[in-house]
Design a binder for this molecule. Structure first.
Ligand code: ZN
Length: 257
């Protein structure tokens, strides 16, 4: 079957001297991997090798049940090449691509997620954007879209109110990935897999929730690193494998919770 879809390049693998296998995200067909014959030739229909983050109009032929399809034509509309000038923006963009590849099954259409990454890449392209904050919001929204959002107002074990709890604000609160939310200090001893949440990280999660409901929020550096680390931890626990670029999105100093 022949398709025409907007598409974002998630991943490329060299297939031969002149050809690539390219993984695209499309709104209507989800992730597709296609053989791009001759794409690395300068005069190919794709106009040379297809790059990660490249967006455009894709025409392709899909094969039945999981077999590799064929790229017919890719007309690039946005390259995002400007991101390559800034190491932290490039890592943020690559991490977004990795997250989508890791959390979506092939051929599972998810138009909301397509819009999310399209908007996330566009935001990174803006000169004044904070790449760590863009990444944090992207992770938060991605979790929502794939049904793994985090509960931060109540203890996911005993339902105690944490939004107004003094102990939570004082740092006595934990996170459990399998239950998908915060654990109060009374429930914490009985929970094996957990991470302690600092007041800064908790404030950052509050800010993401506020941003999601349309309020203007600020995500200072000391909050955004812990939030990125926590959200990436949750995703890795849920997919059961490491995200290779996760260590780049917590900022200098690496591990924060
Ligand atoms: Zn509890």
């Amino acid at each position: 079957m022949r398709y025409r879809e907007p598409a974002i390049c998630l991943r490329t693998v060299d297939y031969s001297e002149t050809s690539q296998v390219v993984h695209f995200l499309t709104p209507g067909a989800g992730i597709v991997h296609l053989l791009a014959k001759g794409s690395k030739r300068p005069k190919s229909k794709a106009g040379g090798a297809i790059d990660l983050t490249s967006e455009g109009e894709l025409v392709f032929i899909s094969k039945a049940s999981g077999a590799m399809g064929t790229l017919v034509e890719f007309s690039e509309t946005v390259s995002h090449l400007g991101l390559r000038k800034y190491r932290e923006k490039l890592f943020a963009a690559m991490f977004m691509l990795e997250l989508v590849s890791a959390t979506l099954l092939e051929g599972d259409p998810h138009p909301d997620l397509f819009a999310l990454i399209h908007n996330g890449l566009a935001r990174l392209d803006e000169g004044d954007s904070n790449s760590l904050a863009v990444t944090a919001y992207f992770q938060w929204r991605l979790l929502r879209h794939v049904g793994l959002s985090i509960r931060i107002d109540r203890c996911v074990s005993c339902n105690a109110d944490l939004a107004s709890s003094q102990s939570a604000r004082a740092g006595e609160v934990y996170f459990n990935s399998s239950l998908g939310g915060l654990i109060c200090r009374d429930c914490e001893p009985a929970v094996v897999e957990k991470k302690r949440i600092t007041p800064e990280t908790l404030a950052g999660l509050d800010a993401l929730l506020a941003a999601e409901s349309g309020r203007r929020t600020n995500l200072p550096d000391n909050q955004v690193r812990g939030v990125n680390h926590l959200l990436a931890y949750h995703i890795q626990q849920q997919i059961g494998k490491p995200l290779h670029l996760a260590r780049h999105i917590t900022g200098p100093g690496g591990q924060h919770t």
